[in-house]
Design a protein around this ligand. Structure first.
Ligand SMILES: Nc1ncnc2c1ncn2[C@@H]1O[C@H](COP(=O)(O)OP(=O)(O)OP(=O)(O)O)[C@@H](O)[C@H]1O
Length: 610
């Protein structure tokens, strides 16, 4: 059967329209085929004669490329932008305001997704923004903004030169800043990203530590970077590990920031106490850290135990995993941490810094040379440090013309004479407290309250110290009371249990499973009253130890005191009880194999840095 009767159709009015329609369809198909052929050809040529690279947000290289594209004016034709607030003054994207404060407070990055072409060193480069699928921790797919660069040349080195130039430009731009990449978990998924912060360089002189500690640390790190070839020849991973330990607020993090600023390094930081940090997270995060970086692990004592260890503990009724139940599935295990530290060395040239307030909780495996090469102990402030802090914070008092005028009565000597003498005030300030009584952070807090008034800060220090001591004594008393109450409850329960065993269960009361476990030694009421904090210790300040010949810990606590002899001394105090550390002496590899013996000898004499 004939479906369309063409000869009859020819005589109808619709015939012309149908033929025209068919012609248009045919023409459209031809044009589309040509377009597709061009696209196909373009893609083929692109594949054959170009090299490309993807940069995903959250990776440090994304920051370099965004800045590079901005500097090369690639965004200039864009009209739509993604705006994000930011805390630094570094300008990315496009300048939209002449006011530097306004420009510096937000990021403007174009949102368009169509490719842009630009010339770089005679090569055509195509840039395209899009959303990439990346694999999150745990394998879940996740969307992330990305930039794809295509360089139209088959020479791969052009692309790597471009990336290198972008990195150099970025480092030059951020020179006055230390870039800190904080490992973070985005709220919408289980993956991770680097949260980028830029902080102005912290001057070395602003950190008040016993003489030489910081300089030694910096020269050690410089020497490490200078001896890359030696590490390769010796077959040792080019990595250096430092452990900074001591009470909170004593300058550990500040030291690391100062080192990063001095050596122009980026910091990639995670805290093991963060809820989202686990073994898989560490592996993924460290894999993205570039060369010449500081890898900083804060609270390195916060590791949980592996499943096997937990199971063993549970059999013993222990359950050692800190934080209980959930920590067994989350958190960083010792083996995960060791793998991560060892893995850092697979990418060259990294300084590994770890901080902790509880050095005695660290495993010996973690402390072995090759993982931790040097250890530095921090302590509460000595009188010399307090004096240094005071002078540092009020150094501008004179510069601003607001000279510190001290009545000569403050200074024993000629009556009525006025003298600008900041150091006398600083001595008065330091004399009001004992060594190892307050952290530098606490002293800084007090000084900031009196930022404009150095005289008041010095003269009112004794009253502040007294208030802090009273406060501490009150808290200690409360703690002792709580312990006593808990001890009483425990004794009651034990007695009740004994009676149940003796006379049978009381009707209506549950039978307690016996026997009651013994309380840990020293807990509850059986322990002696709380030991007073080291502030009230009457023993004299120890003499500075001579540097250990075998390279022990750097002991910030026991470093020489700057002469405060002129200051009326407060009751002497002993240093805080230093935790007996299970650390084994560390042998640094530098001495035996260093090409420059005098330098090696000098370094190994550093203040006993181990
Ligand atoms: N030795 C120091 N010299 C100058 N400032 C200090 C010193 N120690 C601490 N500070 C000040 O105290 C604050 C906290 O210091 P920082 O974060 O470095 O201490 P930390 O030892 O890392 O503390 P935590 O163990 O709690 O992380 C900073 O503002 C810093 O300026």
């Amino acid at each position: 059967m004939q479906l369309v009767d063409i000869p009859r159709l020819q005589h109808t009015w619709a015939y012309g329209y149908i033929i025209d329609g068919l012609k248009y369809i045919a023409a459209g198909a031809v044009v589309d085929a040509i377009r597709r052929s061009f696209v196909w050809l373009y893609q083929r040529l692109k594949l054959r004669y170009s090299t490309g690279a993807e940069f995903v947000v959250g990776d440090p290289s994304y920051e370099w490329i965004v800045l590079f594209l901005t500097e090369n004016g690639v965004w200039e034709n864009a009209r739509d932008f993604r705006v994000t607030s930011k805390s630094s003054k570094l300008v990315y994207g496009v300048s939209v305001s002449a006011d530097p404060d306004i420009v510096g407070s937000a990021d403007y990055v174009p949102t368009y997704e169509s490719p842009q072409l630009f010339r770089w060193r005679g090569y055509w480069v195509e840039v395209q923004r899009y959303r990439a699928q990346i694999q999150g921790v745990g394998g879940q797919p996740q969307q992330a903004a990305a930039i794809f660069l295509t360089v139209f040349t088959r020479n791969l080195s052009v692309l790597s030169e471009l990336v290198e130039e972008a990195h150099r430009g970025y480092q030059h731009k951020i020179k006055p800043y230390v870039t800190v990449f904080l490992a973070d978990s985005p709220s919408f998924g289980g993956s991770f990203l680097w949260n980028v912060k830029r902080k102005p360089h912290r001057p070395i002189e602003s950190i008040i530590l016993p003489d030489g500690i910081l300089d030694d640390l910096i020269s050690d790190a410089k020497r490490f970077f200078a001896s890359e070839a030696w590490y390769h020849r010796a077959g040792i991973p080019h990595r250096r590990g430092y452990l900074l330990f001591g009470p909170p607020g004593t300058g550990k993090s500040s030291t690391i920031h100062a080192v990063a600023g001095e050596l122009n390094l980026e910091i990639h930081s995670f805290s093991l106490s963060s809820a989202f940090v686990d073994d898989a997270f560490l592996q993924r995060a460290t894999a993205t850290i570039p060369k010449r970086s500081i890898v900083l692990v804060e609270d390195i004592d916060c590791i949980t135990h592996s499943r096997d260890e937990d199971d063993e503990d549970d059999e013993d009724g222990g359950g050692r995993a800190r934080g209980g139940g959930d920590r067994r599935r989350h958190g960083v295990t010792l083996s995960g941490l060791l793998n991560m530290i060892d893995g850092i060395g697979s990418e060259e040239g990294k300084l590994f810094f770890a901080t902790t307030n509880y050095v005695d909780r660290l495993d010996a495996a973690l402390m072995r040379p090759g993982r931790i090469d040097r250890r530095i102990r921090y302590a509460l402030a000595t009188g010399a440090q307090a004096k240094g802090l005071f002078e540092r914070l009020f150094q501008d008092a004179e510069v601003d013309g607001a000279a510190v005028i001290v009545e000569s009565s403050v200074k024993s000597g000629v009556d009525g004479e006025m003298e600008k003498e900041l150091s006398i005030l600083a001595q008065q300030f330091a004399a009001a407290l004992r060594d190892y009584e307050f952290s530098p952070a606490e002293l800084q807090g007090y000084l900031l309250l009196n930022r404009e008034q150095p005289i008041e800060a010095a003269t009112e220090m004794s009253a502040w110290v007294q208030r802090q001591r009273d406060d501490r004594a009150e808290k200690a008393e409360l703690r002792a009371e709580r312990r006593e109450r808990r001890a009483k409850m425990y004794m009651e329960a034990a007695r009740f249990q004994q009676q149940q065993q003796q006379y049978g269960p009381y009707p209506g009361f549950p039978v307690l499973p016996g026997p009651m476990p013994m309380p840990p030694p020293g807990s509850f009421g059986v322990s002696p009253p709380l030991a007073p904090p080291p502030i009230v210790s009457p023993s004299p300040v120890p003499l500075p130890p001579s540097p250990p010949a075998d390279g022990g810990d750097v002991d910030v606590a026991a470093a020489p005191l700057v002469a405060l002899a002129a200051v009326p001394a407060a009751a002497p105090a002993s240093p805080p009880p230093m935790v007996a550390s299970p650390l084994t002496p560390i042998v640094t590899p530098d001495v035996a194999v260093d090409a420059d013996p005098p330098v090696a000898a000098k370094l190994n004499g550093i203040n006993g840095i181990s």
